[in-house]
Ligand binder design. Structure first.
Ligand SMILES: [Zn+2]
Length: 159
């Protein structure tokens, strides 16, 4: 655990709406679009290259299932994934995270592409109050609702 890392904080991981095998799905505090979430490893690591083959497989198969879940929950027919690694690539938090953004036709105003928004957003720290679009109450509320839905989704998957 890295003390200065917002994704290592127990309060961040405790609000994950899904977790499996040490990987967490957390809602974005400043979502670009509804459903914008992130997959993170529970332990602090900054790079995909820090994961073993087995961990990579767990990370991406969890991410894929969470993507299918979010697409259903937000009635989206498409999605974006983004993983920024290293400062020149726009990584602002040095804890590996994959953005998952459910997409719908015409969901962003013309001329506004999601990647640019992601860059703008990542230029500020997660703790920066200017960045937070959601209040902590809203954030908590969304996270808890998604957690409930994920449980239902998982029980459906098992059938
Ligand atoms: Zn961390």
């Amino acid at each position: 655990m890295n003390k200065n890392c917002p994704f290592c904080k127990p309060e961040t991981q405790n609000l994950a709406f899904a977790d499996e095998n040490g990987y967490y799905a957390i809602y974005n505090l400043s979502p670009i679009l509804p459903g914008h979430s992130m997959i993170i490893p529970g332990r602090h690591c900054s790079s995909l290259f820090d994961l073993s083959e087995e961990e990579i497989s767990l990370f991406f198969s969890f991410a894929r299932r969470v993507t299918a879940f979010l697409a259903e929950a937000y009635e989206a027919e498409a999605y974006d994934w983004s993983l920024q690694e290293g400062e020149p690539a726009g990584q602002s938090i040095e804890h590996l995270h994959l953005h998952i953004i459910p997409r719908k036709p015409g969901d962003l105003p013309e001329g506004e592409e999601w990647y640019g928004k992601l860059q703008q957003q990542s230029s500020q720290a997660i703790d920066d109050p200017k960045r937070a679009i959601l209040s902590m109450t809203e954030y908590r509320d969304i996270s808890l609702k998604l957690r409930k839905k994920w449980k239902q989704y998982k029980s459906g998957e098992a059938k």
